[in-house]
Design a binder for this molecule. Structure first.
Ligand SMILES: Cc1cc2nc3c(=O)[nH]c(=O)nc-3n(C[C@H](O)[C@H](O)[C@H](O)COP(=O)(O)OP(=O)(O)OC[C@H]3O[C@@H](n4cnc5c(N)ncnc54)[C@H](O)[C@@H]3O)c2cc1C
Length: 401
């Protein structure tokens, strides 16, 4: 896989130069400092502005199909764009990743033409989407969810509660997984709906986190109506549609994040230099080992992207990407904390819109756990690999209760 200017073909080099020049001109300068310790309003304003610019330039949607602005890019072109954005340390589109990846990939793969025409333009205009899958008693065991979707005439009536819905306080739409039929087997009887977050009966309550953020929310649905035409797939086939959403969360999102981790590696060298420890043999050994791991995680993400584009994705492929990323991120942060010493234990300046490698190590440490849980915990990914990829025996039923 080509990763730098000198190895690129002429066309890729030209694209790389274009993206790099555009970022130099348009990227908000000093955004890390500006986003440290600020209220959410400032963060939202930055996200909206940056989203508009990236979409306008066609760099927010390289993974969308041809025919859509910015879409139809080859794998190599997508990678060039992700790499340059990561290299420039541009703000992450945290408010929009559910719309750009989870919602868009689900609509593109499973939605009808009418649904694509209805919703994809809204995403490009800046509609925020959230994901309403998890419930207080249905996280890892997602299929046991209880939010009801009762079909009444030409609409579903929704009652229930979702939790951990990222950025739901700003969301216009929700990818909602609910139960419309029997729960035996639990994966049957589910329906996948596109719910309007402004509809009557929707209540959103942000959850305040230890980091100072309120990134995710509880969402309550009380007799909320969703028209039948906003259902993706058949009634009862919601589980299969949800797998598409989860695959984009576990795989595609992490291609960009893995690259961001790679481009954050020089931060360690800077710290070692500032501390006069460039020759420290232990740190050199550990940084070498980490560098190899980070590059391996990027290679795994690359391979996933290749398989996905070739239509050759297998059960478990996205889980491998997620496991590699989450474990490597934990190692990354733990080396950072170790290098920073005492300061790495108490410096918790909160930075909005950053990745998990801000260099504020105590904060990064807390955030590094996100990816061992979000989109299915590490244990659940290992279960998928052992049971569904390797065909090993399923765990005893009693553990599931
Ligand atoms: C940063 C973040 C963002 C998120 N965003 C969203 C979102 O936008 N929308 C959404 O719907 N959800 C979201 N989630 C929720 C996430 O999907 C769930 O937290 C996750 O699926 C785990 O569910 P749980 O929290 O209920 O934990 P539980 O399922 O209760 O798990 C608790 C522990 O038990 C372990 N465990 C559970 N079952 C097994 C098993 N069978 N074998 C071995 N170990 C097991 C788990 O690994 C975990 O360590 C987010 C979570 C995080 C951390």
């Amino acid at each position: 896989m080509q990763t730098n200017g000198s190895a690129d073909s002429e066309a890729l080099s030209a694209l790389r130069g274009e993206v790099r020049a555009w970022l130099k001109e348009n990227m908000p300068t000093g955004w890390r400092e500006a986003m440290t310790g600020v209220e959410q309003e400032a963060f939202v304003a930055l996200q909206r502005d940056w989203f508009g610019k990236l979409v306008g330039a066609g760099y927010a949607t390289p993974h969308w199909p041809a025919g859509w602005p910015g879409g139809g890019r080859s794998l190599a072109e997508q990678k060039v764009i992700y790499e340059e954005v990561a290299r420039a340390d541009a703000p992450r589109l945290i408010m929009y990743f559910v719309a750009l990846y989870h919602a868009a990939c689900t609509l593109i793969e499973c939605g009808s033409q009418e649904q694509k025409d209805k919703y994809l333009p809204g995403i490009l205009k800046g509609e925020v989407w959230c994901q309403g899958f998890s419930e207080p008693n249905a996280g890892s065991d997602l299929a046991s969810l209880r939010t009801r979707a009762e079909l009444k005439g030409d609409r579903y009536v929704i009652n229930g509660q979702k939790i951990w819905s990222t950025m739901a306080q700003y969301a216009d739409r929700c990818l909602l997984l609910a139960r419309s039929g029997p729960s035996d087997p639990p994966q049957g009887g589910l329906v996948y709906l596109l719910a309007d977050m402004r509809a009557k009966g929707v209540t959103v309550r942000p959850i305040h986190q230890i980091t100072g953020d309120d990134e995710f929310c509880e969402v309550f649905f009380d007799d909320v109506e969703v028209p039948v035409e906003d259902r993706i797939g058949e009634d009862g086939a919601g589980w299969a549609v949800a797998q598409t959403t989860l695959a984009s969360e576990r795989g595609l999102t992490l291609v960009e994040l893995s690259l961001r981790m790679r481009y954050a590696l020089p931060r360690f060298r800077d710290v070692m230099q500032a501390q006069g420890r460039l020759d420290d043999p232990i740190l050199r050994r550990d940084l070498g080992a980490l560098t190899a791991k980070v590059h391996a995680a990027c290679a795994v993400a690359d391979r996933y992207l290749l398989k996905r584009i070739a239509g050759d994705e297998q059960v478990g492929d996205a889980s491998i990407v997620k496991l590699c990323y989450s474990r490597t991120l934990r190692d990354f942060v733990s080396l950072g904390q170790r290098m920073a010493g005492l300061e790495g234990q108490y410096d918790v300046a909160f930075m909005r819109g950053a990745t998990q490698e801000t260099g504020h190590w105590a904060l990064d440490f807390m955030n590094s756990y996100n990816w061992t849980i979000a989109g299915g915990s590490d244990e659940v990914q290992r279960n998928i690999l052992s049971e569904r990829m390797l065909g090993m025996p399923r765990e005893p039923k009693a553990w599931r209760l």
